[in-house]
Write a protein that binds this ligand. Structure first.
Ligand code: TLP
Length: 346
């Protein structure tokens, strides 16, 4: 049986042998009492890597974003974010549902940024008709904008705007590690302007479970309370944190390989009749493309590919997403291209 090439997401990666060993050997304790030494070690490591005072281990990126938003905003407060943001599209409106936070979306440019003037213009004045604007949320890399990396000076400018207007800046950095590797910058530099950041270990870094949020000690104190409120206080979760530590120590630099595979995939796809994409926009490990062959749509193409052992997600009527990760080899990319071409020729 040939193995499946699973390009649906980097979330499908399984723990490495080193992670499994670390998990088996992890020292643990009750983390709600703050007594899990492995979680404490992970949180210190994350705070250091992100240049923040403190960090908190959470079960998922979704919970990391939710408790960050809830730690910055009260009910009826407004959050400015892009219309393509993961927080807006894929988190069930949790910040509105759970926290009563009002999302105000502004168009994301194709590069994942939100126009600075539009952001500035959207901040509400002191008027009893309006909600109070409290938070700006950015995403880096930007998932629905094709894994694009936000320019450093842009993040800094948004941070300066937020500070000048008394707002907080949160960065959804589920794939911040990919952004750092793509830019050749430290993750800390990328979030220097942010008041809070969420990062994931279980995407390209291949840990089985887990994310973290980081920020000031006071922010983390509030986030810790929120985590407990939404049921994310875990007990001997050091077995999970152990894998996350291995992820941080061993799996970040190799993301460059995933980016090279994504570029090769994008160039190959761009040369196939019936596919449209601009390979120049592929900066990290996410490749979006459109099927433009008459009689085809994304659902039909993803089903036809799945039948040949290649899995991708259809994310729009004609749009598909392929994500590279550490279980995808250079040979898998070549085989994928051969299969896409063959399928579209039928
Ligand atoms: N993204 C998943 C899906 O939810 C779409 C994926 O396959 O890409 N922020 C960003 C930018 C994300 O891409 C994701 C997951 C999350 C947050 C949420 O992380 P989890 O899945 O851990 O809750």
């Amino acid at each position: 049986m040939t193995t499946v090439i699973d390009l649906r997401s980097d979330t499908v990666t399984k723990p490495t042998p080193a992670m499994r060993r670390a998990m088996a050997e992890a020292e643990v304790g009750d983390d709600v009492y703050g007594e899990d030494p492995t979680i404490n070690r992970l949180e210190a490591l994350v705070a250091e890597r992100l240049g923040k005072e403190a960090a908190l281990f959470v079960p998922s990126g979704t919970m990391g974003n939710l408790i960050s938003v809830l730690s910055h905003c009260g009910r009826g407060d407004e959050m400015l974010l892009g219309d393509q943001a993961h927080i807006f599209h894929y988190e069930q409106g949790g910040s509105a549902a759970v926290g009563g936070v009002h999302p105000r979306i502004l168009p994301n440019r194709p590069d994942g940024a939100i126009d600075l003037q539009q952001l500035a213009g959207a901040i509400r004045g002191d008027d009893e008709h309006f909600p109070v604007t409290r938070l700006i949320a950015l995403e880096n890399t930007h998932n629905r904008c094709g894994g694009r990396v936000l320019p450093l000076d842009y993040i800094d400018a948004v941070g300066a705007l937020a500070r000048a207007r008394g707002l907080k800046l949160h960065i959804d950095g589920a794939r911040l590690w990919n952004a750092a590797v793509a830019l050749g910058e430290s993750p800390a530099r990328l979030v220097a302007a942010a008041d809070s950041v969420s990062v994931c270990f279980s995407k390209g870094l291949a840990a089985p479970v887990g994310s973290a949020v980081a920020g000031s000690r006071e922010f983390i104190r509030r986030a810790r309370r929120m985590r407990k409120q939404v049921g994310g206080g875990m007990r001997q979760a050091g077995v999970l944190a152990a894998a996350a530590i291995v992820a941080l120590e061993q799996m970040v630099d190799r993301l460059a390989e995933d980016h090279a595979h994504a570029r090769r995939l994008a160039h190959g796809l761009a040369n196939i009749d019936g596919i449209r994409l601009d390979p120049a926009t592929v900066e990290t490990n996410i490749v979006y493309f459109d099927v433009i062959k008459p009689g085809w749509d994304a659902a039909k193409l993803s089903a036809a590919l799945a039948a040949e052992g290649v899995r991708m997600n259809d994310t729009g009527p004609y749009r598909l997403r392929a994500v590279t990760h550490y279980e995808i080899s250079a040979a898998d990319i070549e085989r994928t291209l051969t299969i896409v071409e063959a399928v579209l020729r039928t």
